[in-house]
Write a protein that binds this ligand. Structure first.
Ligand code: ADP
Ligand code: MG
Length: 675
């Protein structure tokens, strides 16, 4: 038997079960061995009823003394009661819908019961425990399963696999690394992750496997970075951009100046820039991007700026046009919904070089857009894009410089994980005179007052947003009509004396643009919108935002939305309306009400949702690490980073024989992440 043998080589696995395993991506014995448990039933402690804990699931050893007949209590639900004893105390067990389990229990026989335990005077009670044979001991592995498999089966087959192939498991790390970081061998780790002899062995196994995953990941990121960096790019000349920055109408913040300098320095090198600019909403990323594009233009190169929505792409075009007009730099926009003839005209102008700066959506990365000499690519609001798209546009020019701008403040460790292949600049300073937005959480009964608030602002010539999530107002209306309904209602009633506009995702782009323009020019005082305004929209005269059904949004999304106000010199307000009774949801909303610090919001969001959900796993290009948890295993991640640096110092491209196994794992990981 080999690691590459099909599972049918194992006793108990036929064609049928082999197919079931294939659903989990397991086709051979090597892959089976790397199917790690998701948890364990711990039978290592005292199994007496006296010592059982009612705080966490535990195991109790007892002999069955009595079984009452299974009886139905309502349709589809039967209950069976079983009494057992450990000769000292008594155990009353209740099973639901477990006729066969109960039938299999024999009076006078001993079993181990595993589950939640409730203490009672003379012993305790358990509901629907797992029944385990009395000879079992130690940690019983519980596996990720699919229909047709049980942990018991997997465990039995795992044992056979280990017996036959355990000694064939290859070491992937060098002896140096194993010693230096106090890691056990791979074979030992795999044996102990499935059948740990004790808690310590389990911890060692976990440490080794997590370390290896992080190491492979870190090395993979470094290799990608190295590969991107070997491309030949355009070294710009270090020309001054002062005249442009002076023309902006405000003094750049220290952070903006620093980040612009970092980018310019990168662009003066023949190694293409690959930089992430992180800055909270309102930190002034657009001005930084514009300075860089001006720099490229002065050097005779074109720039492209990708935005996640058409509204934003259109807005960028207007903003940049204003900024660049005095310098004779022509700006164009290219979005998916433009007419073919318009598109062709813009494309021609991009190809001829007549247009120097182009903004757009995904249309920009379509194959047939040709640039005359693309020198800089900026992706705004990166968290909306997949990694793949990022690299697709990256292939357009002859190794152009790239900047990715993200408004989601990402905790440091995670930034590394997500953007390990990029250098990072942080805009950690807000423009002066910014007044933090005041945020209130109110119940729906108070929405009248919130509307009054909006009306008063409108009288003063100030503007407001009213955001509605995509929820059905009644059973048969389409989701998006929620915003439309509300706009109509409040335009006719609460805000009859204001100009109310409506914006939602399914409107035609031209219509959207018209509405946005009217709002930007203060011809509309109130904009009722779905979340299309979430990213990037910039109307400094808007001072109030009401968010209906705020509990429907994620924390980071609320923070993004709120970022649409508080952009001018006036005190701004954000009113979250929610009737939620759920304490957890309330807590979430209170976090937003309490802090305007995007980093705090993001961290809280991560804690609540986990990184996969937070970024949308596929979209973020996060590889699926089997063991490691990015949030809790931070120390090991740091160690792995250190080890990675050491390995690369000796073997920069991982070509030495000693790193061959590691290198293979990395390839696999990178393929999954589609970097
Ligand atoms: P974001 O980082 O969210 O993309 P923007 O680039 O849209 O932020 O900038 C937000 C607002 O702040 C814009 O109206 C912009 O003109 C203004 N702004 C940018 N930098 C400064 C600055 N240094 N001083 C004053 N206002 C600024
Ligand atoms: Mg922006």
């Amino acid at each position: 038997m080999e690691l590459s043998s099909p599972l049918t080589a194992l006793k108990g696995v036929g064609e049928k079960r082999q197919k079931v395993y294939a659903k989990l991506g397991i086709t051979n014995i090597g892959e089976l061995l790397e199917h790690y448990p998701r948890g364990y039933l711990d039978l290592t402690g005292s199994l007496s009823i006296k010592d059982a804990s009612d705080e966490h699931p535990c195991a109790v050893r007892a002999t069955v003394t009595q079984k009452s007949p299974t009886r139905p209590i309502r349709k589809g639900l039967t209950v069976s009661k079983v009494r057992a004893t450990d000769m000292e105390r008594d155990l009353l067990i209740t099973f639901f819908n477990a006729k066969y389990t109960v039938e299999a229990l024999e009076i006078g026989e001993e079993y181990i019961f595993y589950g939640d335990f409730t203490r009672r005077m003379t012993g305790g009670e358990m509901n629907s425990p797992v029944v385990i044979q009395p000879e079992e001991s130690g940690f019983l592995p519980q596996y990720p399963l699919t229909e047709g498999l049980s942990s018991k089966m997997v465990s039995a087959q795992m044992k056979t696999a280990l017996e036959n192939c355990g000694s064939l498991i290859k070491e992937t790390l060098s002896t140096d690394i194993l010693e230096k970081y106090d890691l056990c061998s791979k074979a030992e780790a795999i044996r102990n992750i499935h059948f740990p002899s004790d808690e310590k062995a389990l911890e060692k196994a976990k440490k080794r496997l997590i370390f290896e995953e992080f190491l492979a990941f870190t090395l993979g990121m470094s290799l990608v970075k190295g590969k991107n960096r070997t491309a030949e790019g355009n070294a710009f000349e270090n020309l001054s951009t002062e005249e442009f920055e002076k023309s902006l109408g405000f003094e750049l913040t220290g952070a903006q100046k620093r980040v612009i300098a970092e980018c310019k320095k990168d662009m003066c090198s023949a190694v293409p820039m690959s930089r992430l600019i992180q800055g909270d909403v309102g930190s002034g990323k657009t001005a930084v991007a514009a300075s860089c594009m001006y720099f490229a233009a002065k050097n005779g190169f074109q720039s492209a700026m990708m935005a996640p929505t058409e509204v934003l792409a259109a807005q960028h075009k207007v903003t940049l046009e204003k900024m660049f007009a005095p310098f004779g730099i022509k700006v164009g926009v290219l979005t998916g919904s433009m007419k073919a003839s318009e598109k062709n005209a813009v494309k021609a102008a991009i190809k001829s070089g007549e247009i120097t700066v182009v903004t757009g959506t995904h249309a920009l990365i379509q194959e047939d857009v040709e640039f005359k000499n693309l020198g800089l690519i900026i992706t705004d609001e990166q968290h909306r894009f997949g990694v793949r798209q990022r690299s697709a546009l990256g292939k357009k020019g002859k190794a152009p410089h790239t900047i990715v701008m993200s408004a989601t403040p990402i905790p440091r460790t995670l930034a590394f994980v997500l953007y390990g292949d990029l250098d990072v600049s942080v805009l950690d300073e807000m423009p002066k005179n910014r007044i933090p937005v005041k945020t209130y959480l109110v119940t729906p009964e108070l929405s009248q007052r919130a509307f009054n608030f909006v009306r008063n602002f409108a009288k003063e010539g100030k503007q407001s947003y009213i955001i509605c999530p995509l929820v059905e107002r009644n059973e048969d209306s389409l989701p998006l009509e929620a915003a439309a309904d509300l706009a109509e209602q409040i335009a006719g009633q609460e805000l009859v004396d204001c100009n109310v506009g409506l914006l939602h995702g399914r409107m035609k782009p031209a219509e959207k643009e018209r509405v946005m323009e009217a709002f930007a020019e203060n011809r509309l005082q109130v904009l009722v919108s779905t979340t299309v305004v979430e990213v990037g929209v910039d109307v400094p005269n808007a001072v109030c935002m009401i968010i209906e059904n705020a509990d429907r949004f994620g924390l980071s999304q609320l923070h993004q939305l709120r970022g649409r106000v508080g952009r001018g010199k006036e005190q701004s307000y954000c009113i979250l309306i929610s009737g939620t009774k759920n304490p957890e949801t309330k807590h979430r909303l209170e976090v937003i009400a309490k802090t305007t610090d995007g980093f705090k919001v993001a961290e809280e969001d991560l804690k609540l949702r986990g990184p996969g959900d937070f970024f949308g796993c596929r979209q973020s290009g996060l590889p699926m690490l089997k063991m490691a948890d990015m949030m809790t295993d931070i120390k090991l991640l740091e160690l792995a980073k250190k080890a990675a640096a050491e390995i690369l110092e000796n073997d920069p491209r991982l070509e030495k024989a000693e790193n061959a196994a590691l290198s293979k794992n990395i390839q696999k990981l990178l393929e999954e992440a589609a970097v």
